[in-house]
Design a binder for this molecule. Structure first.
Ligand code: HPA
Length: 264
C-alpha cells in the first residue's frame, strides 16, 4: 500500500470527508497503535488522522507523535499536510487568516520527540534549515493566491507545551524572538516527519489573537468556532493540492527516506 497524501487534522478537523470508500484501520508500530482512516480521492490514495482523537480527547502533550508518524511511514506515505489552530502575535495576521508555516521555535518540554535517541543504535543530527517541505509550501502558496483568500505565505510558529494558553508576558517575549503565531502541536510532528524522510507542511489557521494581544481572555470556543468557519476551505485546498501536485518530489525532505524503524 502507498498513500499519496496523509492529512493530520488539528483542533476542529476531526473527519476526513472528500474521501471515497473511507476505511477505519489500526496500524501497529513499535511506539503504539494508531487508528486512522484511509480512502481514495479520484485516482489518489489518502490517509486521515485527527491528532487529538475524534473527540478532542488527547491534550497536545499526550499525543503519541512518534507512533502517528511511524504509522504513516508504515503505510508508505511520502507527503503529509497538517492543520493547526494558532493564536496570532500580530494584528497583521488577524483571526481567519491562513498561514503557510516556514519556521518553528520549540518550547515543548515533555514529549518523546525523536527516533534517533540511540535506542535503535543510531544517533543522527538532522538538518532543519528548511523545516517544512519547500515543494508543498510553494504549491499551497500558488493555490492560495488563486483562491484570493487572506493568507500569509510565511510564518514562524512557536510551539508551547500547553494545554494552558500563554501569559501576555510570554507572548511579548516570543514576539521579540520573531514568532508570528503560537500553537501547541507542530513540534515534534514536523521534526519526526523529517527524521523519517517524509515531506511535511502545515497550514495554520489564526483562530484568535494571542493572550495580551487579544482584548479579551482566550477561550477554546473561539478557536473551534473559527476553525468550523474555515474547515471546508482547508479541506478543498488540500484536495486541490493532491489533484495538482506532481508525483515526483522536488525537495530535500527525503534524504533519510530509507530509514527503517525496527518493528514499526
Ligand atoms: N495559544 C496556543 N495555542 C493556540 C492558540 C493560542 O493562542 N490558539 C489556538 N491554539
Amino acid at each position: 500500500m502507498t498513500i499519496d497524501l496523509a492529512i493530520i487534522g488539528g483542533t476542529g478537523y476531526y473527519h476526513p470527508q472528500l474521501m471515497e470508500n473511507p476505511r477505519e484501520i489500526t496500524v501497529e508500530t513499535k511506539y503504539g497503535k494508531v487508528p486512522l482512516i484511509t480512502g481514495r480521492h479520484g485516482q489518489k490514495t489518502v490517509a486521515f488522522m485527527p491528532r487529538h482523537g475524534e473527540n478532542h480527547q488527547l491534550a497536545p502533550h499526550k499525543i503519541n507523535y512518534r507512533a502517528n508518524i511511524a504509522a504513516l511511514k508504515e503505510l508508505g506515505t511520502r507527503r503529509i499536510l497538517s492543520t493547526t489552530a494558532v493564536g496570532s502575535l500580530t494584528e497583521t495576521l488577524p483571526p481567519g487568516t491562513l498561514v503557510i508555516i516556514d519556521q518553528f521555535i520549540d518550547l515543548t518540554k515533555n514529549r518523546e520527540h525523536t527516533y534517533f535517541d540511540g535506542e535503535d543504535g543510531e544517533v543522527w543530527h538532522t538538518d532543519f534549515t528548511e523545516p517544512y517541505c519547500v515543494q508543498l509550501r510553494n504549491h499551497l502558496d500558488t493555490l492560495l493566491q488563486k483562491k484570493g483568500v487572506p493568507y500569509g505565505s510565511k510564518g514562524t510558529y512557536i510551539c508551547t507545551e500547553g494545554p494552558r494558553y500563554e501569559t501576555p508576558a510570554e507572548i511579548k517575549a516570543y514576539s521579540t524572538w520573531g514568532a508570528d503565531v503560537v500553537g501547541m502541536t507542530n513540534v515534534p510532528e514536523v521534526t519526526l516527519a523529517r527524521e523519517l524522510g517524509l515531506c511535511y507542511a502545515t497550514l495554520s489557521l489564526v483562530t484568535n489573537l494571542a493572550a495580551g494581544v487579544s482584548p479579551h481572555p482566550l477561550t477554546h470556543k473561539e478557536v473551534v468556532d473559527m476553525m468550523n468557519e474555515k474547515i471546508s476551505l482547508i479541506r478543498d485546498l488540500f484536495m486541490e493540492l493532491l489533484e495538482s501536485i506532481p508525483a515526483e518530489r522536488h525537495c530535500n525532505c527525503w534524504s533519510k527516506e530509507d530509514i527503517t524503524l525496527g518493528g514499526a
